[in-house]
Write a protein that binds this ligand. Structure first.
Ligand code: NAP
Length: 274
């Protein structure tokens, strides 16, 4: 039998909103790789069976998105230290040895900021939100040398839980005092689902934030959030969230299709096209 073309998938529930098929599709086309990347809507109760079957159908791996990120890590035979620290997987590689789980969100976040500020060295950072994305951001900030991460979340218990898990560098601040915690920070990240199209705005005053602090919003719909606009208006360097999405996809594509693709303006345009 002739070998089948390489194929990978994104598993989510729902999965229709995922930009990953367009992203990987752009790279496959650009590099003239006769491969496929397909969205698969998989209900939580079917995840285990799906992950058992896909390798047998010739899939080389998959991305997993909400709500499968924690469950996929638990089902993997092997996991990278980063995926374990984040406590969730977003990229899976299939082999005869079973599933290897990785999480490339911390890598994507860091590369996105370094693209804009190659000299970025976080020391004191502020993070809004304590969900799955915030975990990846905390891991990335610690790995980049941050010694203090000021964390705030609407539900304080979730932030306290992260502080317990990640140690003394994490300082939890009350949600009501989130604007005050920005004083002396060199990096501000919005990792809460606020400011997205259809969600409530992020209410935050930047008055206390040093003017040279980098402001990054993980929200990328809209691309220019109110937070980024406010940051730019007062002179802060501002980095949108799309670059993180693009960069996090690189290790998966390389592992499945055998070529390390570039993150560039053509990819951004392809992913943003209506
Ligand atoms: P998640 O695990 O569901 O966490 C959601 C976070 O948003 C929690 O901290 C939650 O606070 C907070 N939140 C939601 N509604 C809120 C409200 N009305 N008021 C105050 N806080 C609210 O989601 P996630 O996976 O961490 O994603 C968070 C955001 O990051 C989303 O916008 C997502 O699109 C974005 N994201 C972007 C990338 C990228 O590549 N750019 C990657 C991952 C995620 P509570 O704990 O109080 O509910």
């Amino acid at each position: 039998m002739t070998p089948s073309p390489p194929i990978a998938a994104v598993l989510g529930y729902p999965v229709t909103h995922s930009r990953s098929p367009r992203l990987h599709g752009h790279w496959l086309e650009r590099h003239k790789i006769a491969g496929h990347y397909v969205p698969l809507q998989v209900a939580p109760e079917d995840l285990e069976a799906a992950l058992a079957l896909l390798p047998r159908l010739g899939f080389r791996g998959a991305n997993v998105t909400l709500p499968h990120k924690e469950a996929a890590l638990a089902l993997a035979a092997e996991a990278t230290p980063t995926a374990r620290r984040i406590g969730a997987a977003n990229t899976l590689f299939f082999s005869d040895a079973g599933i290897r789980a990785d999480n490339t969100d911390a890598y994507g976040f860091t590369r996105n900021i370094l693209d804009h500020r190659p000299d970025w060295r976080p020391r004191v950072a502020a993070v809004i939100g304590a969900g799955g994305a915030a975990r990846a951001i905390i891991v990335a900030l610690l790995d980049q040398g941050a010694h203090e991460i000021r964390l705030t979340n609407r539900t304080p218990d979730r932030a306290a839980h992260l502080a317990q898990e990640f140690g003394a560098a994490i300082r939890v601040h009350p949600w009501q005092a989130r604007s005050d915690m920005l004083s002396g920070c060199d990096t501000l990240v919005n990792a809460a689902a606020l400011g997205m199209t259809g969600k409530p705005p992020l209410e935050l005053s930047l008055d206390a934030l040093p003017q040279d602090a980098i402001v990054n919003d993980l929200v990328y719909a809209p691309l220019e959030t109110a937070l980024l606009a406010a940051a730019r208006a007062r002179g802060n360097p501002a980095v949108d969230g799309l670059g993180m999405l693009l960069h996090q996809a690189v290790p998966g594509f390389e592992g499945w299709f055998g070529l390390r693709p570039a993150v560039d303006a053509a990819l951004r345009d392809a992913v943003l096209a209506p």
